[in-house]
Design a protein around this ligand. Structure first.
Ligand SMILES: *Cc1c(COP(=O)(O)O)cnc(C)c1O
Length: 388
């Protein structure tokens, strides 16, 4: 029998340029490969395993539901879906939730909501969705159209029409777009993740929110990566003084199982009616039971801890040898390194730390509950790798 990496390369589509590491098992923020080598996991599956690998509370929530019912169609009621939706609304002030299975789908739903809202309430050509340059909103043809990075667009034309892009933090340019085109919704990330871990300026967000309100344009925040405690608040928008009409989230909400959620505020809570949207797996009871256990643990104490750990990483890495700058919010951190990010990531890997990249940066998205001493160990290895 051929080894795992050969078989994977032979039979799995070539979309992922994997590192030559075969992960076998893990516990919390430590993963172990088939050679028995341990790594500190500073990526948590791209911000998915919010409480680390094989977290016992999450496992028990999932297991309990697993032995009850693993799936029913959305023709019937199941408890985890309703309770999770209620919890999300209680914690955010949003009114209703549509569940799907990924970040892209959560954004697709947001876009459909904006289109239908405008179709019913505004002039017939009001279908434009305005997003920011350097954004990332997913890989489906519609969310690719929303993504403000040309490199993702090439060779997949034509994308879904009706998307506009404007530079981040340039309010006048954004305002001009809304005057030139009939815009149904503005979709943005409070911290651009794939774009290089860059927080938006609060003033830009606040002005944009005020303009959207004034013009009855839906303000839609993509919290797929920034959400669920990642940035030190339950959702990142809560730190920017804005009140979105729609919030999409996924990644860390599920703790490791696929789930997407689109939260609908008062203005749009009834936009979607029977048959307007759907998803076979959306609201899956196991995914929802796991997500509920995650959401309930993202309390003030945990968020304090996230901010404390964040402050530690920022202070330990800012100005360190070989580090040009540190950006981000909470435990969503980008490091601009003197050496190419790929070199730093490779050195870290050799020394037992798994990091991510985002554009030209090293990106860190550790589990929210990573133990402080584990975090310190990882940061010390990252510092060494940047310096050498
Ligand atoms: C990852 C990501 C997505 C896409 O999520 P998928 O689950 O991969 O579809 C969308 N928006 C943002 C901001 C993301 O970080």
């Amino acid at each position: 029998m051929q080894d795992l990496q050969t078989r994977d390369r032979a039979y799995v589509a070539n979309t992922y340029n994997r590192f030559p590491i075969e992960i076998l098992t893990g516990k919390g923020s430590i993963v172990t490969d088939t050679q028995g080598k341990h790594y500190i996991d500073m990526g948590s599956g791209i911000g998915v395993t919010s409480f680390g690998i094989a977290d016992p509370e999450w496992i028990s929530a999932v297991n309990e539901q697993l032995s009850r019912v693993q799936h029913m169609s959305n023709l019937y009621y199941t408890e985890p879906c309703a309770v999770l939706a209620e919890e999300l609304c209680m914690r955010t002030g949003m009114k209703k939730v549509f569940f799907s299975n990924s970040g892209a789908e959560a954004n697709e739903c947001a876009i459909k909501v904006a289109r239908k809202y405008a179709a019913e309430k505004k002039e017939s050509d009001c279908f434009y969705i305005l997003t920011l340059e350097n954004s990332f909103h997913g890989r489906t043809l519609t969310t690719l159209a929303a993504t403000g990075q040309d490199k993702f667009h090439q060779l997949f034309q034509p994308l879904t029409p009706g998307f506009l892009h404007t530079p981040a933090n340039d309010f006048e340019a954004l305002k001009a777009m809304t005057e030139q085109y009939p815009v149904a919704g503005i979709l943005l990330e409070c911290v651009q993740g794939e774009g290089g871990v860059i927080p938006l300026e609060p003033e830009f967000l606040q002005k944009t929110a005020a303009l959207a309100k004034e013009k009855d344009i839906l303000l839609m925040v993509d919290e797929v990566q920034t959400g669920n405690g990642r940035t030190g608040s339950l959702y990142a928008y809560m730190q920017f003084g804005i009140a979105p009409d729609v919030v999409s989230t996924a990644k860390g909400l599920g703790g490791g199982l696929p789930i997407g959620a689109t939260l609908l505020g008062e203005k749009v809570e009834s936009v979607l009616g029977f048959g307007d949207h759907g998803s076979t797996f959306g609201g899956n009871p196991i995914a929802c039971a796991g997500a509920l256990s995650i959401l309930r643990r993202i309390d003030d104490a945990l968020l304090d801890e996230v901010r404390e750990k964040s402050a530690y990483v920022f202070s330990a890495l800012s100005g360190a040898d070989g580090v040009e700058s540190v950006s981000g919010l909470g435990l969503m951190i980008g490091i601009k390194t003197r050496k190419p990010a790929a070199d730093v990531i490779r050195l870290c890997m050799e020394k037992g730390v798994l990091c991510l990249s985002a554009k030209d940066k090293v990106r860190l998205l550790p589990a929210l509950n990573i133990p402080f001493d584990t975090l310190k160990q990882a940061v010390s290895i990252i510092r060494k790798s940047c310096a050498e």
